[in-house]
Design a protein around this ligand. Structure first.
Ligand SMILES: Cc1cc2nc3c(=O)[nH]c(=O)nc-3n(C[C@H](O)[C@H](O)[C@H](O)COP(=O)(O)O)c2cc1C
Length: 178
């Protein structure tokens, strides 16, 4: 991450390239859908960007990733994050981006929000999904009890992410971010 001295907004996101769901079929993505959306956000607002990466990377293959995620959800696991975590002191707003995995954010998002100090900050979740929309994203973050103020989330269908500019602009504007 390249910290800027002025930005008060941090965008932290997780995205997994590789084989994924694509209109009922499978496709191998070189860049994950959430990463594409994150790029559209950082093109539009002044923010620092932190990419959440797993210390034990997720498989490029879809089925093993589904299986690992099921195990992690069942165990309420906190998969380790690779590298240093950001210091959130300078930020008052945090955008949290992820795919939807089994109707909620991946457990590594729980690792992240528990490892950093979100108390008193505005948190705006955004997700990409295939069919589930936000799923239980709001409950997921609320239950983690971070002390943050949870704001309305944005859900973009993964296959349509490149065409989501109008929805994105509306969400950023409603959130007071653009
Ligand atoms: C392990 C796994 C579980 C998934 N579970 C769901 C789901 O429950 N609901 C849904 O709408 N999409 C689900 N998807 C599809 C992803 O949310 C969607 O393809 C997303 O855009 C992927 O983002 P990414 O490329 O940034 O990782 C799942 C994908 C994976 C790999």
């Amino acid at each position: 991450m390249k910290p800027s001295s002025r930005s008060r907004v941090l965008m932290a996101y997780f995205s997994r390239p590789g084989e994924n769901y694509w209109y009922g079929d499978r496709r191998t993505l070189e860049t994950g859908n959430t990463e594409v959306l994150a790029g559209m956000i950082s093109d539009r607002i002044d923010c620092d960007v932190y990419r959440i990466e797993a210390a034990d990377p997720y498989s490029d293959a879809y089925d093993p990733t589904v299986a690992r995620n099921t195990e992690e959800q069942d165990a309420d696991a906190r998969p380790a994050i690779a590298g240093a975590l950001p210091d959130l002191t300078q930020y008052d707003t945090v955008l949290l981006g992820s795919p939807i995995w089994n109707v909620q954010p991946p457990m590594i998002m729980a690792t992240f929000v528990e490892a950093v100090d979100l108390a008193g900050k505005d948190v705006h979740p955004f997700v990409t999904y295939a069919v589930s929309g936000l799923g239980s994203t709001a409950r997921f973050y609320r239950d983690l009890d971070t002390g943050a103020r949870l704001r309305d989330g944005l859900a973009v269908q993964g296959e349509e992410v490149a065409d989501s500019a109008a929805d994105l602009d509306q969400w950023l504007s409603a959130a007071g971010l653009a």
